[in-house]
Design a protein around this ligand. Structure first.
Ligand SMILES: Nc1ncnc2c1ncn2[C@@H]1O[C@H](COP(=O)(O)OP(=O)(O)O)[C@@H](O)[C@H]1O
Ligand SMILES: [Mg+2]
Length: 366
């Protein structure tokens, strides 16, 4: 591995002596390494060297073009904030292909802590602030410049259409075992599609969204709770604010793990919900439209239903997309997401009220 990493570093014109490397195993899409170099003045400097998963990102060059546009814009718009800095090769590219077709990039390392779990409300609030700030800085960015690198990623209606076609085809004869799950998910179809329908009617704006707002995609001060920077910009695409908000809640405020069989306990942890909403709205209240604010809570439900659809669809189609550890894995995930969606539906009025509260609180602050 050392030789491969060294070659990548050389291509990105890193000067000095290769000292060591370490694989960082937090993410589960890309291969991520921290590489340490000794510089001319004898100090050590770290970089992140990453190999993009080209099974997920079929057009990695378009991914990098999006990232270049977005990071450049952010640096210009908010020079005082941290933004990932991607190094260039001699021919001014932010990526290289190796001999095996591997796609590599190199960017700035932050001495930081990554939290996989929402350990406390302070961390969740600050993750909310970080993602909210990301939205704010990109508020006037022209989203049409970006390539939709994963087409229809959060087109909830299309996700439903595909699942319904797959149910009709039923290639593995599994549909008869999941009728209860199918009945529930179809019963909430229109409600879950509210936001994409509003977008189609021009009632919600298309913005630049992050699309992977997990808490482990924010780097925090070493050992602390202050957010330093938003990372993992691969899925930055045009999208709906409420889906970023909702996906964050789906992860940070679920009382159980996505893979849990403890369906009874799946549900929204309101303390974490409140914390994230507070941080997010503190940064975004001034720019969100009325419709956007009014649909943030519903966005949590919509994206959770969408995720249920994706797990259920993959189960019916023989589990080829999501990595599984046992045959029923995607069915377990389906049930756990459905339980979370049901709890969100029940708590929707309360979740909406919390958004309204922080909207009022932060909207008119100077
Ligand atoms: N610039 C960075 N500085 C420090 N750690 C980083 C940096 N970029 C990524 N990491 C670490 O590597 C992990 C995986 O990186 P990420 O870009 O999120 O890849 P994935 O798409 O696989 O999730 C992060 O969760 C974080 O812990
Ligand atoms: Mg990540």
């Amino acid at each position: 591995m050392k030789e491969v990493l060294k070659k990548v570093c050389e291509a990105f014109r890193i000067k000095g002596m290769f000292v060591s490397y370490e694989e960082l195993k937090v993410g589960n899409i890309n291969k991520t390494y921290r590489v340490t170099y000794r510089q001319k003045d004898d100090t050590l400097k770290d970089f992140i060297v990453q190999r993009i998963n080209t099974n997920v990102f079929k057009d990695p060059v378009a991914v990098m073009n999006n990232i270049d546009l977005v990071t450049e814009y952010m640096r210009d718009e908010a020079p005082e904030k941290n933004v990932l800095h991607f190094h260039h090769t001699r021919d001014r590219k932010t990526y290289i292909f190796d001999e095996d077709g591997g796609f590599w990039r190199l960017f700035s390392y932050f001495n930081s802590t990554t939290y996989n779990l929402p350990e406390n409300p302070e961390i969740v609030k600050n993750a909310g602030k970080a993602f909210g700030e990301f939205q704010m800085i990109l508020g006037d960015f022209d989203a049409s410049q970006l390539t939709e690198t994963i087409p229809d990623f959060h087109n909830t209606r299309k996700r439903f259409e595909k699942m319904e076609a797959d149910i009709a085809a039923d290639p593995y004869g599994l549909v008869k075992d999941v009728q209860e799950e199918i009945d529930y998910i179809l019963s909430v179809k229109d409600k879950a599609c509210t936001l994409v329908d509003m977008l189609a009617k021009g009632e919600l704006p298309l913005r630049v969204t992050h699309n992977d707002t997990k808490i482990n995609n924010v780097l925090f001060e070493k050992g602390g709770t202050k957010a330093l920077v938003v990372i993992d910009l691969d899925t930055v695409m045009p999208g709906l604010v409420a889906y970023d908000f909702g996906d964050a809640i789906r992860f940070a405020a679920n009382r159980v793990d996505e893979d849990s069989k403890d369906y009874e306990h799946a549900g929204v942890n309101m303390e974490m919900y409140r914390a994230f909403a507070r941080g997010f709205l503190k940064r975004t209240a001034k720019v969100l439209t009325e419709n956007e604010a009014a649909t943030l809570a519903l966005g949590c439900f919509a994206i959770t239903v969408e995720q249920t659809v994706r797990f259920l669809d993959d189960y019916i189609m023989g589990s080829t997309y999501f990595k599984i550890n046992y045959p029923e894995h995607n069915l377990v995930r389906t049930r756990c997401q459905a339980a979370l969606a049901k709890d969100m539906e029940k708590k929707l009025p309360e979740m909406e009220e919390i958004v309204r509260h922080y909207m009022d609180k932060y909207k008119n602050r100077v």
